[in-house]
Design a protein around this ligand. Structure first.
Ligand code: URA
Length: 263
């Protein structure tokens, strides 16, 4: 039989355990305290430190289809001013980065003849007008010789001038095929809006853009069609400055143009 002291000591110990939250005398299954203490004794390093929550990985930006954007921008332009704005606001062509100005066009928008060149050079980039350097001065003299001028207010004797690229390429290099393809919708829309009687392509780049062909020595002087209009490939005036002997063929082409406009 337990002594009264023993009883009170056991009862005090039990009450203390109840106060500490022990409300069950035993568990359903036996607890292996040896295994539990081995687990507690494991070194802290073995427990993976809590990782900070990772920020969600952003979705990759959708690839921009620059030629499709150019086609859509060109198609939306209903007037020449809208096309000028669309070209100036088009930021997806690398050539624009190095250029000071967007060189859109010059001349009389009602002209019968539309001349398409390659791209602005240094002077054109500075001035913001096509064909104002040495090659441009020769171009003016060539067309003056058959009675056509960019400054003529009379549509009959006027020309309108633009380029495949409205931006000067770095070091005056030729625009590459991807750049030409991207800018083509703007040139085509430009021709549609001006609606000239005849398109003159000077040099290889406009032939590559509008005919899908190069080889200006073979192409020049041969009438063809661009967007359903009579079109004439000619030597570029910069080529004529370097090869004055080719001016003879250029003169023959100018006379063929003059004859076409009379008919
Ligand atoms: N060459 C071109 O093709 N275009 C210009 O505007 C000037 C030089």
């Amino acid at each position: 039989m337990e002594s009264p002291e023993g009883y009170w000591a056991s009862r005090a110990a039990l009450e203390w355990q109840v106060e500490m939250g022990a409300d069950e005398a035993m568990l359903d299954a036996p607890a292996d305290r040896y295994a539990a203490s081995a687990e507690e004794a494991k070194p802290q390093a073995a427990i993976a430190p809590a990782q900070p929550a990772r920020p969600p990985i952003p979705e990759p930006a959708p690839a921009v289809d620059a030629p499709a954007m150019a086609r859509a921008a060109a198609a939306r332009a209903a007037t020449l001013d809208e096309l000028r704005e669309a070209v100036s606001g088009f930021d997806l062509c690398e050539l624009k980065r190095g250029a000071k100005n967007t060189v859109f066009s010059d001349g009389n928008a009602a002209a019968r003849v539309m001349i398409v060149g390659e791209a602005p050079g240094r002077e054109e980039d500075i001035e913001g007008r096509p064909f104002v350097g040495r090659a441009g001065q020769l171009l003016d003299r060539m067309f003056d010789a058959i009675g056509l001028s960019r400054t003529s207010p009379d549509a009959q004797s006027a020309v309108y001038i633009t380029n495949v690229s409205p931006w000067r390429p770095p070091s005056n290099r030729t625009p590459d095929a991807a750049e030409i393809g991207m800018l083509l919708p703007f040139v085509q829309r430009h021709i549609e809006l001006i609606d000239p009687e005849v398109v003159v392509m000077v040099g290889n780049t406009p032939c590559q853009a509008l005919l899908g062909q190069t080889g200006i020595t073979r192409l020049r002087g041969n009438w063809t069609q661009v967007l359903g209009k009579p079109a004439l490939p000619m030597f570029h005036p910069a080529y004529l400055l370097r090869n004055p002997a080719a001016k003879r063929e250029a003169w023959a082409d100018l006379l063929a143009l003059k004859a076409r406009l009379k008919s």
